[in-house]
Design a protein around this ligand. Sequence first.
Ligand code: 3H9
Length: 651
Amino acid sequence: MSVATIAREGNIAVVTVDNPPVNALSQAVRQGLVDAVAELDNDQDVAAVVLACAGRTFIAGADVSEFDKPPQPPHLPDVVSAIELAAKPWIAAIHGSALGGGFEVALGCRFRLATADASVGLPEVTLGIVPGAGGTVRTVRLAGIASAVDLVTTGKPVRGPRALELGLVDRIVEGDLRTAAIAFARDTLSHPLPQPLSQRPAPTVTDTFFTETEAAIAKRARGEVAPLKALACLRRATETDFAAAMQFERATFLELRASEQASALRHVFFAERAAPRPAALSGVQTLPLRNAAVVGGGTMGAGIAAALRDAGLPVILIERDDAAVARGIANLKDIFAGAVKRGRLTEAAAEARLAGVTGSTDYAALADTDLVIEAVFEELSVKRQVFEQLGRVCRPDAVLATNTSYLDPRAIAEGLPNPGRFIGLHFFSPANVMKLLEIVPTPQTGDQTQATGFALARMLGKVPVRAGICEGFIGNRILKRYRAEAEALVRQGVPIAAVDAAMRAYGFAMGPFEAQDLGGLDIAFLQREGARAAGQDVPETLGDIMVRAGRKGQKTGGGWYDYQAGDRRPLGSEEVARLLRPLIQPGPALDAEAIAAHLVGAMAREGEAILGQGIAEKASDIDLVEIHGYGFPRWRGGPMFQAAKSAGSLS
Ligand code: 3H9
């Protein structure tokens, strides 16, 4: 079956691309489009052409799975050029997403129509590349430099109405898109046509604009190459003629396509798409998720409740007394107020979110709840009491989840009637922001319950990863190893600040010691103390020494570093140097790269052990955990990707 078919409605031709699932621009689609241009150019009865797509979306971009192979003709720039210079005007009819190469094809069309819920964008930088078929060169000509910089260097798509405001589309269509596009095409025939974008002048832009923008992008890119290269393409697009700018963009695209960063980002792209639908659960029916409840309104519980509300679920928040309910609701209010302040929510939307939360101290309110997530104090007896009550009041088919980080979910579920509906759902703080969700089934958890956990993740826009039961599951277990190795480096005489600087240079927002100062050293300390009290052999860590000296992090004015009141900048600490001096046995000097390689290598070795024990199913799941829960730079692909690359098992 052809991937690009032609239908005729009087003197208007409709070319329909049909290449499921997302109409990616495979070689066959590119060829189909070029052939359609040739056929319709030669058809005397056709006056204009509508380009539409079958299925859930317009063309979502180049076919990313082809990026590891040599480009095959016809090349996309030539396809876009053929459409743009066709004898008949082409009109793009956009529903779903017109992204990357898909938007570039639309830019080759003389007009772009879109439904209100459609989005358009150039997300190439998220794949470590730049647009490769005129996206930078034509967008500056269509919408000016500021919009082009936003679109191309962030990779964030914009929705229909905003795209109209920015001039990226010509009209938002209500009702049937195909019918409206055909009517629009007929109408254009009675007006002079706008010039093709390749023939329009590029805006004049000052040097200062580019220098300032470059500095801002370099700061947020933290080593990621593509956004700066994208800016360089935009600059070239304003400084040379169309053909030279196209050549520069294409050369940059091809160079980046073969880069390590692009290969890492493709790995993440496919890992993220595989994660929400594990093969083992394919075909398993999910349970209904019409409403939810959270037990515990602290930071974690309120964050989870906010995430559930953001997904549109009505939420009941259970606390032990009225004062705690009020505190929980106040926490939620703060979260939504913060979203209003950052421009993410309107006042009215924030009010509606809050109105959808019912606070209660009475578990009986949960009699008809589909999903309950427990987020109370990390203490086995407290959690067991919660589940004892839930077991009594909830429907037997309600999914009951614990958000424990360290406790054994099997112990929490002990004695629960119908334990097949019990599961661990490990959120990361702030739970309404962080994308990672570790899904932790017990041996008794049913498939339907697991599938419902994954469905919940999809509903909340989270990246779900199945984790087996061990201390810290996947993420916190690797974190523990990472911190221990960082301490080992300090014991060998590597300065604390050098470790942090190395990990920042690697692409983390913060190094391991700075991060502990921010979060507090005491939680992990109390855990170690708990384990010691229970008779486990837990050797003394440097962190223990800090906490015993009253240095719990920023909240106590000092941890691994000193802090001045009201200032979060870490300062080297005499006291820390004095406390640690007796423990330091100088080893070989390590530069920043060697430090980062050592620590990332340690993470990967822990990851290997985790895989070996079946705690994680795939190496790419571990990479997702690190990227979405622990700030591992996405463009490095994750520790397992790095290890495979070093071992030469990746090209
Ligand atoms: C580009 O265009 C470069 C050009 O400038 C230059 C060229 C010269 N390729 O996300 P979903 C698969 S760069 C191949 O779950 P949704 C995906 O793996 C590209 N496959 O759907 C999954 O497969 P499976 C710029 C792709 O409805 C299935 O489709 N474009 C591609 O939640 C469904 O995906 C982008 O970066 C692709 N481009 O969301 C857009 N895209 O079923 C990337 C998807 O086997 N795509 N697949 O697991 C998206 O953002 C989303 O897919 C979209 C739909 C929003 C379109």
